[in-house]
Design a protein around this ligand. Structure first.
Ligand SMILES: NC(=O)C1=CN([C@@H]2O[C@H](COP(=O)(O)OP(=O)(O)OC[C@H]3O[C@@H](n4cnc5c(N)ncnc54)[C@H](O)[C@@H]3O)[C@@H](O)[C@H]2O)C=CC1
Ligand SMILES: O=C(O)[C@@H]1CCC=N1
Length: 257
């Protein structure tokens, strides 16, 4: 079994550890300097506060804040037969490459790794099979150019927060009109989940799917007219654009250091 380690078991790293544990595809070592972070994953992985133990894995994933990742990678001292996967937002491959002898892959994951529903973007000249296997074990991934990583970071890395917001808005509308909060949350969240699954599985375009929900003179078309007349799409585009810009700024900050 491939040995994988996850260094940094905060929000993102712990989600990956839990998802990988559920998949059963890897022997996982979870590493964090904070024992409290390790407690959250102690049921699903070997845990250690010692990075040199995590550095023995075949695939080493670093889920460390962007400003710390270079120093952490430097200290790992990995060998050319190992693979290093960086999840750090806004940290270009060119910045990390001089600090490791391992095959380096930059990826942008998201929190849904935990439920094996992650959407990830991955970039690199050739993506080793060990990495596609790992990412595939916890969701779907697409290969992109490194120049597309800032926008991918916004769409799929930050994206879950934007979708949580939209689910909350749908829930609140239901509650305001008389649904119980718990019921409204289930209905809103399951509707997003079902709609997303439909988009992924269907041959039909999003426009065709909208059309399929809109019965002639029915309820949905009334709501869609409101959305089409609104600037909701612009607000979503602005949110994605702001996150993309911040990803590019992180890269510039790291270049300045
Ligand atoms: N939170 C998210 O949804 C996503 C985060 N990312 C990226 O993942 C990385 C981590 O983000 P979060 O999990 O949100 O941060 P976080 O702050 O929740 O977790 C970072 C963890 O790293 C640990 N850590 C710090 N220094 C360490 C060291 N030297 N050795 C071992 N562990 C160390 C901290 O104790 C903490 O538990 C960032 O680079 C971020 O850009 C990427 C996609 C999604
Ligand atoms: O907000 C952030 O910077 C990280 C990267 C993508 C999601 N969370």
């Amino acid at each position: 079994m491939v040995r994988a380690s996850v260094i940094g078991c905060g929000n993102m790293g712990s989600a990956l550890v839990r998802g990988l544990s559920e998949s059963g595809t890897h022997a996982v070592t979870a590493c964090d300097v904070d024992p409290a972070a390790l407690e959250t994953v102690e049921d699903c992985a070997e845990t250690t506060t010692d990075p040199s133990v995590a550095a023995e894995a075949d695939v080493v994933v670093v889920a460390i804040k962007p400003g710390l990742v270079v120093d952490v990678v430097d200290d790992l001292d990995l060998s050319p037969d190992q693979i290093l996967v960086s999840f750090a937002a806004g940290v270009p491959t060119s910045v990390l490459e001089p600090h490791t002898d391992a095959t380096l892959v930059r990826a942008m994951p998201n929190l849904a790794a935990e439920t094996q529903n992650m959407a990830a973007a991955v970039t690199g000249e050739t993506i080793p099979e060990e990495v596609t296997t790992l990412l595939g074990a916890v969701g779907e991934f697409v290969e992109v150019e490194e120049s597309q990583m800032d926008i991918a970071t916004a769409v799929n890395g930050s994206g879950p927060a934007f979708v949580f917001y939209l689910i909350g808005a749908m829930r609140d509308a239901g509650v305001d009109a008389g649904l119980e909060p718990d019921d409204a949350e289930v209905l809103a969240a399951q509707t997003f989940k079902g709609a997303a699954e439909t988009v992924l599985r269907s041959e039909r375009s999003i426009e065709e799917l909208i059309d399929a929900v809109c019965s002639p003179k029915g309820t949905t078309i009334e709501g869609m007219e409101v959305l089409w007349d609104s600037t909701a799409d612009e607000a979503v585009a602005d949110a994605v654009g702001a996150a993309e810009q911040r990803s590019a700024e992180l890269a510039a900050d790291i270049d300045d250091d």
